[in-house]
Design a protein around this ligand. Structure first.
Ligand code: HEC
Ligand code: HEC
Length: 369
């Protein structure tokens, strides 16, 4: 069956048919490479500059690239992300490579529409960039380079609507390339790992398709990261988020509820489910899991070999694997072979300095342009 299509099914339906989806034998043809997307060059160039511009945050201190760092596979190397000054993050920063292909975004999958909405949330939430869209629009309008770039991109005057379109156009340029898995240069160990992945280790039941994900939430029993509950800055950020998302008992819970944020099941069976992440570019994106509790790929494989973590909602497919030391090493070699060339050249990174030291406008109230 066509997994790309199946992953686009609305969640309610997808959850109902998920058992059928995973029962389908996984064919080698289901995997990679990730094909490049059609791009509008002017819009993507504008989106690139916006992505690296700290003026898109409330106090002009952080940009998207503060957390999504090209040299780290557009993640940040931290277990838990930073956040807007005065708060601190409670989730691991995911890679943005191939993100334009996803069916639902954020670790809990709470946005299932499009990257325009993800960009809006990233810019405006108090715990990410804490920006007022109207202020952002005015700031961008004051920069003559932007005025020209918006015009060249066919957007007319800079507006918050077109900012939310241009950034996703840039994100579409972030496509994996050059992984040994795609170029046919996998080592023999990695090849044996791939066989385990599809067979005995059962990984492909959830990690399938060119990005190695079914774009669905599952509970694999990842333990809580105690740092979220012991560090007041992180805890208050979580409480704010949970309150805003309508989570019951948000002052007292001491767990990240995951996909429950979106599906709010009364029986709580969606608690602790997180979106299956892509397995591409893992060499650049440690540490792993929604809360950064696995430091290395060997740790992740050891976790699965033990049968995952302890959780009442744990997926029954996560059980002890009884893999030998050599088999575990092969699996790690395979996971490493899914990482390709870093996207750190000028094609993906805005290299020019962004000048934010403007001369004061004299008599600005009387200015007409
Ligand atoms: C302060 C750090 C930070 C900043 C700044 C930031 N992000 Fe993120 N980003 C994160 C974290 C952490 C997550 C995961 C959040 C979650 O799961 O709740 C995330 C998730 C995402 C995702 C979803 C990825 C996925 O796999 O589901 C996209 C897309 C994204 N960010 C784009 C952006 C864009 C565009 C900007 C700038 C407008 C931005 N981010 C700014 C930390 C940051
Ligand atoms: C039942 C579905 C399922 C199966 C089977 C499964 N995974 Fe996962 N995998 C997930 C989910 C869901 C997560 C994210 C959990 C979280 O963030 O808390 C994950 C996370 C990961 C990560 C971390 C990626 C990152 O960027 O943080 C790796 C690596 C991984 N799995 C590899 C494997 C391997 C190897 C196997 C086989 C031994 C496997 N998975 C089997 C669902 C599954």
């Amino acid at each position: 069956m066509n997994r790309n299509k199946s992953s686009r099914i609305a969640w309610g339906v997808a959850l109902a048919v998920s058992a059928a989806v995973v029962a389908t034998p996984v064919l080698a043809a289901d995997f990679g490479p990730v094909e490049p997307m059609k791009i509008n060059a002017e819009k993507a160039a504008l989106g690139k500059r916006l992505f690296f511009d700290p003026r898109l945050s409330g106090d002009a201190a952080i940009s998207c690239s503060t957390c999504h760092i090209p040299q780290k596979g557009f993640s940040d190397g931290l277990a838990l992300a930073k956040a807007y000054p005065g708060s601190d993050g409670f989730r691991n920063t995911p890679t943005l490579i191939n993100t334009a292909r996803k069916a639902a975004w954020f670790h809990d999958g709470r946005i299932g529409t499009n990257l325009n909405d993800v960009t809006r949330e990233s810019i405006t939430e108090t715990y990410s960039m804490n920006m007022d869209m109207r202020l952002m629009q005015e700031r961008v309008k004051q920069d003559p380079i932007y005025v020209k770039m918006f015009k060249d991109a066919g957007y007319g005057e800079p507006s918050n609507g077109s900012i939310r379109k241009a950034i996703p156009e840039y994100l579409k340029t972030l496509t994996s390339r050059g992984a040994p898995f795609d170029t046919g240069k996998m080592s023999a160990a990695a090849q044996r790992g791939f066989d385990l992945f599809k067979g005995k280790a059962g990984c492909a039941q959830c990690h399938s398709g060119p990005r190695f994900t079914d774009d669905m939430p599952h509970n694999i029993g990842v333990p809580e990261n105690p740092e979220i509950w012991s560090n007041p800055m992180r805890h208050i950020t979580f409480v704010t988020f949970a309150n805003f998302m309508g989570i019951e008992n948000y002052m007292n819970i001491r767990r990240d509820v995951g996909a429950h944020i979106r599906t709010h099941k009364v029986d709580g069976s969606d608690m602790g489910k997180f979106m299956t992440p892509t397995l591409r570019e893992l060499r650049q994106t440690a540490p792993y899991m929604h809360n950064g509790t696995s430091k290395t790929l060997a740790d992740v494989v050891a976790f699965y070999n033990r049968g995952g973590g302890n959780d009442a909602n744990k997926d029954p497919r996560i059980k002890p694997l009884d893999l030998s030391k050599a088999e575990r090493a092969n699996l790690v070699a395979f996971l490493e072979a899914l990482s390709g060339d870093p996207l750190t050249g000028p094609e993906h990174v805005w290299k020019d300095k962004i000048n934010v030291n403007y001369a004061v406008i004299e008599d600005w109230l009387k200015k007409t342009n």
